[in-house]
Design a protein. Structure first.
Length: 128
């Protein structure tokens, strides 16, 4: 369920390194906890983010949740399709619902995040 080509945070975001870029989104577990997503707010291209800094919000029928950037970097692309179709986050959180692409400040920072197996164990513990 959680792709092995990504790293994960305890706040339920994922990051997928791709060459000199990294794609960021929220996990299946996060979208399940949120319920039906009705709105998403994402940052502007060019914004420089610190690791664990808030970069936007996701609003569902249950709550509004802040999004946290897993690694430091500059936003080079934003998934504007989510603005018109926020429900994509529920349907495909690890694919079409990516949120931002970054130019990482330190490519090695990704290695400090959880691998899929560790994240799966975290989710299993939270579900108890």
């Amino acid at each position: 369920m959680y792709p092995d080509d990504r790293r994960y945070t305890k706040e339920h975001e994922w990051v997928q390194p791709e060459g000199d870029r990294a794609t960021v989104g929220i996990t299946h577990y996060a979208q399940k906890q949120l319920g039906d997503v009705v709105y998403v707010e994402l940052p502007e291209v060019g914004r420089v983010l610190k690791a664990h800094e808030g970069f936007g919000t996701v609003e569902s029928v249950k709550a509004v949740s802040e999004l946290f950037c897993p690694i430091a970097g500059e936003v080079v692309e934003v998934n504007t399709a989510l603005t018109g179709a926020p429900e994509t986050i529920n349907a495909d959180p690890h694919g079409a619902a990516w949120m931002i692409r970054l130019k990482p400040a330190d490519a090695g920072e990704v290695a400090s995040l959880m691998e899929a197996a560790a994240y799966q164990a975290l989710v299993a513990a939270e579900d108890k």
